[in-house]
Write a protein that binds this ligand. Sequence first.
Ligand SMILES: NC(=O)c1ccc[n+]([C@@H]2O[C@H](COP(=O)([O-])OP(=O)(O)OC[C@H]3O[C@@H](n4cnc5c(N)ncnc54)[C@H](O)[C@@H]3O)[C@@H](O)[C@H]2O)c1
Length: 369
Amino acid sequence: MALPIVGPVRVGIIGAGLIGRAHSLMLRLVCDGAPESVAVTRVHDIDAGAAEALALKWPGAKVCAQAEEMFDDASLDAVFICTPTATHRRLCLAAAAAGKHVFCEKPLAMNSAEADEMRAALERAGVVGQVGLVLRFSPVYTVIRAMATEEAAGRLIVVTMRDDQDFPIRGAHPSAWRNEPRATAGGTLIEHSVHDFDALAWMFGPIRRLYCRTRNLNGAAGIEDFGATEFEFEAGFHGQLTSVWHHILNRPSNRRLEVFTENLFLACDTDGSGPITIQRADGYEEKIEEAEVMRRYEELMLGERPCLSPLRHSFQIPYAVEDAVFIAALRGQCEPGPGLEVGVAAQRLVEAAYRSAERGAPVEMTDLK
Ligand SMILES: NC(=O)c1ccc[n+]([C@@H]2O[C@H](COP(=O)([O-])OP(=O)(O)OC[C@H]3O[C@@H](n4cnc5c(N)ncnc54)[C@H](O)[C@@H]3O)[C@@H](O)[C@H]2O)c1
């Protein structure tokens, strides 16, 4: 599909489950901000009822009984791949062969070699690819990234993150595939904390070495529900990530982040929009309130991509911003991203953590190259 696309970007959603429905809502927000910029025109799911229910949200959208119908449909510009991890590779390679632009959910694939094959196929086809590493659009993390790397902050000393979620096979995640070794690339480290591995490298810089220990309490082969990862960044400072899948049904999925530099302490108890705790070398602990965080986020986002201005009323929703970037990129208004190469790099970091856990020893990222 030649770029830029003139008129609404015509999108097909593959997988009408939790995240497929979320992307549909986000694309509606994008459309509300920039009318006629995008339309969902095709939906496919192996569960026909789910596909029909989602298609009803978009006037004129049709259900495709097979994904191939979408790929053969010349009217379609792009597909969103929103199915369980094991299916991503086949769908992405077929979309690339048909010349469709691709937004693919994370983790990209069952391993980084497959993910890289997907990246290469999109590159060869000359189409745009974006991976759903949504923390790159988090207001609090975007602002913390800017503050922690200011010269006045001094050198980074340590970053500590906790990512916890109810074991995602019930409640907000009612489908069972995350507990099915053939459908998932692993457990909490790859299926959830791949976001964190990417966010830590994006916020604070390249990672040189990892040491990880895992535990498996749920019993399904290869699906760990705990991971403790120690990072050594190339710049010499350290980080720790605690990844937990627990059974506290009413506890919402959340993250806590703490950063110490020589002259600054930063912390936040959300991974989206909220206040940031701050203490400077000469001050007391105080809060940067959510409204001020959002003001700074807007300034940073619009500085990078002014074309997102019509979406500013939805900037507190990272999924809306990531979808707006994909659509605007296809319309020639900004650079896409994060691209599939970012998804491959994040998957390689998690693979290094798994290798470390298997060996019971640290792993250098250069060992994997
Ligand atoms: N970025 C995020 O924050 C985020 C959040 C949730 C899920 N995800 C990712 O999105 C993907 C889907 O997760 P989910 O929570 O929406 O799962 P889900 O189980 O809620 O939905 C998946 C849907 O895909 C359908 N499906 C399964 N196999 C299919 C196939 N071969 N062809 C077509 N449809 C098929 C299922 O019927 C289901 O409706 C996963 O890769 C997951 O890691 C990302």
